[in-house]
Design a binder for this molecule. Sequence first.
Ligand code: SAH
Length: 466
Amino acid sequence: MNRFPAFIDLNARKTVIIGGGAAALGKARLVIAAGAEPLVIWPQIEAATRNELTESARLIETAPVRADLAGAALVFVAVDDAATAERWAEAARAAGALVNVVDRPELCDFTTPSIIDRGRLTVAVSSDGAAPVLVKKLRADIEALLPANAGALAEFAGRYRSAVKAKLDEARRRGFWEAFFNGPIAALVLQGDERAAHEAMLEVINRPQAEQEGVVHIVGAGPGDPDLLTIKALRLLQNADVILYDRLVSDEILSLARRDAERLYVGKAKAAHAVAQADIEKTMIALAREGKNVVRLKGGDPFVFGRGGEELDAMRAAGIAVFVTPGITAAIGCAAAAGMALTHRDHAQAVTFVTGHAKGDAEPDLDWAALAALKNTLVVYMGVTTAEKISSQLIAHGRGPETPVAIIENGARANQKIIKGALSDIGALIEAGDITGPALLVIGEVAALADGETLLGLAAEQRRVA
Ligand code: SAH
């Protein structure tokens, strides 16, 4: 650390900007956003600067004199001529001010960082002039990670700070705020429902510490590529105390969770039955009641053939605070990865997602006549084992045997495999393709578009088209 970062209250302090061009305007904007009313002095103030600053700054359109600097806390020198800049930097320092000279770090007592301004919440990033482009990138990365209402959350917490301090001793206070920022009230503030948040906060503050409860987030992890997580899912993973995850959740995604988060595998290995649904729900409830921040992480989208609806119902019935974060479902992820528009207007009017799952030797119980309609793209989840039955029923109900099909295994992952052919050959295609991972059947004219020219950026050798 070459320079000491600090946040300065400029409200009642004198701030002077020497210069009248775009650079002076830039510095004026910065300090005005922090509550200052700067004195801008220069013989020729540009029209754009003058117009923007007439209300928010004091403009003096004459040559500056040393007396202008008296009592200044911060002085910005934003003039083109190097010798003039040096002279004014020296004068300002002699007047006791801290000095910033635009584009002359060697003359600066302080530099201005790259700033994310969310009201009470401020993030400042600096490389001390070494790598401005890196700073810009980091600023964008941090910005993306911050919830839109992060400033409102800081403001909200600030309002209760003294009330919580009065009520809880120091050790309990820390636990209280940790639970708060990871919990349902913070989630309400982030969703913009401050009224409900205030009501809940009063109720919680007045409750004994032992009864503080956790929260459950039901979160979609997308098809496997960590880049396809939502920003919110990533944030929730990084906040979670415990994560209950399925077979479809990739290791790369799990590795994004907080290092000390507990990870509970509750998926099913292919034939073997792992944890029963009712037990998963019981565990989620028990963990939340212990005050934990629970993430239930599911492949794709939790509400598309994911039993997320049942889990939501169970949490509500148990009175647990519960939130849902969507994910990119396999059909959407595979379509992008295979360059296959599911409703390409030349080939389809509709897309239908169905499950091919059936108990034992039974057939999937589906409305075959409706699904066999022309210009309908049919996407079958969990359909590999029943593919031949699906194919014969569709053909029996009028779909042409030559209808294109694509079988996409491990879609949107590095080991994606795409197999294409005709509906009547689906069983043989699956057999020949040696499909063992999660796979979708896409049936309909758009399936002919599927190819390895993925738009998701997988390397050429990682795409296999048979
Ligand atoms: N909730 C999930 C689906 C769960 S059902 C979602 O929205 O995607 C599990 C089925 O999803 C698998 O049997 C397979 O048909 C499909 N699936 C999930 N991930 C997949 C992937 N990466 N590629 C192909 N199919 C996938």
